[in-house]
Every structure is written in structure tokens, then in C-alpha cells.
Design a binder for this molecule. Sequence first.
Ligand SMILES: Cc1cc2nc3c(=O)[nH]c(=O)nc-3n(C[C@H](O)[C@H](O)[C@H](O)COP(=O)(O)OP(=O)(O)OC[C@H]3O[C@@H](n4cnc5c(N)ncnc54)[C@H](O)[C@@H]3O)c2cc1C
Length: 303
Amino acid sequence: MDILDGLQKLVGNRARVDEPLSKHASLRIGGPASYFLELRNIEELTNVVEFSQKEKLDSFVLGEGTNVLFSDDGFGGLVVQLKGEFEKFSIEGNQVTAGAGVKLATLVEKLAKRGLAGLEFASGIPGSLGGAIVINAGTKMGSIGDVTREIKIFSDGRVKILNRKEINFSYRHCELPDKAIVLEVKLGLKNGKKNDIINKIKESLKQRKKNQPVSTLNAGCVFRNPEACEAGKLIETAGLKGARFGDAEVSKKHANFIINCGKAKAKDVYNLVEKIRKTVKEKFDINLELELKIVGEMDERGT
Ligand SMILES: Cc1cc2nc3c(=O)[nH]c(=O)nc-3n(C[C@H](O)[C@H](O)[C@H](O)COP(=O)(O)OP(=O)(O)OC[C@H]3O[C@@H](n4cnc5c(N)ncnc54)[C@H](O)[C@@H]3O)c2cc1C
């Protein structure tokens, strides 16, 4: 059976071919995904995962695309996004149960309105809750792992619950089984004063606006902070602020951000990443590790 026919049997005309991934990435970069679809509930997800395994179709779970660099050649497989049922959440006392497709910004806003404290650190972090879990998204104020009680995942063909100990959160990292899909998250918050929470959020957004290139096309911090120093400071000290390949530029405001000034290609970003790594290694003997997820084929020339 043709792959598209098979996918359409499972999710109707939501299955698309040659979907430009640039539309789904905050960097606005990326070639087409061979197949793309939004999954609306666990039943659809189970059927589609089973189908792609049977057809040996490579697959990628996309959140909101705020931490990814898609190749200019795109992705030769199936890209899925969790929508519908996965965008729902409920609040009971100070516990929140939210689908992986819920936007972090929505949660920050709703919880503040309810006087629930603990997620203020996440104000200004774009992306979905599922994406936040995978990278243990956070700031100096805290990380998503700090408030996570348990998560529901899809792994090895079935739904499983993992508690926070099993997830083992650390700096921008957590331990999930290979190919696990985060479906739902339980967060434990604290009762707080609404005004205090809102003021914290406002202050954090103000700082972000002051220190980060928030109104540009970017994918957040490109590199993880090495132990005991900040990647941005190393890149700045290496004299790389403003360095460019094509339309990709090291932000002049915060050197750990690469921005797409208009028509940047993945290969431009990738070449800049390599130049930064090489320069920082030469000057400080430090190997910078990527925080940004590279998706699809990318070699030295980024093609
Ligand atoms: C302006 C800006 C500021 C940012 N500031 C911060 C910051 O302060 N702190 C910080 O930590 N990050 C920051 N980021 C990076 C990014 O927003 C976060 O990492 C975010 O959590 C990524 O979520 P996403 O839904 O966009 O994930 P995506 O970029 O779509 O995906 C990232 C990875 O998560 C995986 N993934 C996504 N959803 C699921 C799922 N349900 N199940 C399994 N895997 C999944 C993807 O396969 C991919 O490997 C910033 C980004 C931008 C653009």
C-alpha cells in the first residue's frame, strides 16, 4: 500500500506530503517532510506508530519547533505533532495534568491567574510541554523537572507512567527510553499570591527582552553551558558576536543565539555552529555541545 494512502486511512486528509518544515520551526528554516500529520489522540498515535514501524518509516515528534534546526533537504520520513486531546489540561488543587501539546506559555498564564506558583521560570520560554520535558527546559530560576511529578509516555507500543525519580532530570537533560513519546505531564505547584507571581513573570520577561534577541527568528540557546561557565560569554569573548554565514548571524545581543536575518539556510546555521565550536576550542580548549536539535541530514557543508 502507498504510504500516503495508509496514513490517510488512519487520520484522513490530515496526512500531508512534502510539508515545508520551515513553517513549523521558529528559525523558519528547513526543507520538506516526506509526510506530516497532526495526531489528535492516543488511539491515532498508537495506530500511526504501528503503521510507520511496519513500513520502516523514520519518524520525528515535533513540539513547537523552537529548539530544532531542520536540514535544507528536509526529513525523509514522517513528522508528527501532538494536537487535539494532547492540548488539553486540567487543574485540581495545586496539581496540573496537561497534554504534551499544551504550550508552556499557556500554562504560565493560566497558573498565574489561579495563584499557583512554581512555573514563573518558564515565562518567555516558547514551545510545548512535551518539548520542555525532553530538554528539561529552564532558566537560572528553575527547570520543568523541578515541578514535574510524573509523566505518561508511549514507548515500545504501550503507554507507561514514569515518576520523577525514573526520569532523572538534570541540566537540560532527562532520561527517557529511546524513541519515547511524551503524552502527558503531571505538575505539582504551590499556592502563591497572584500579584507576586505576575510580578515575577513580568520581571523575567523584562530581563529576557533586555538580554536576548526576542523579536528575531531564532531557536533559543544554541549550545549547552559548559561546567562553570556560560557558552554565550565564551563565544562573545572569542570575538564572534555578529559573525555570519549567509543570512545566519551570531546575535549581537546574546552570543549563544544564532538568528536568521531573512533567508538563512540550514547550511549557513550549521557552518556558523562549526565555526563557533572550532574557535572556542582553539581559544579556550573547551568543546561546546549543542543544545539545538539537528534534524535530517547535515554534513560539513550543511546539505
Ligand atoms: C526565543 C527563545 C527563547 C528560549 N529560551 C529558552 C530558555 O530560557 N530555556 C530553555 O530551556 N529553552 C529555551 N528555548 C528553547 C526551546 O523553547 C525549549 O527547548 C522548548 O522546551 C522546546 O520545546 P518545543 O515544543 O518547541 O520542542 P521542539 O523544538 O519541537 O523539539 C525539541 C525536541 O523535543 C522533542 N519532542 C518534542 N515534543 C516531544 C514529545 N511530546 N515527545 C517526545 N519528544 C518530543 C523533539 O523530537 C526534539 O528532539 C528558547 C527558544 C527560543 C526560540
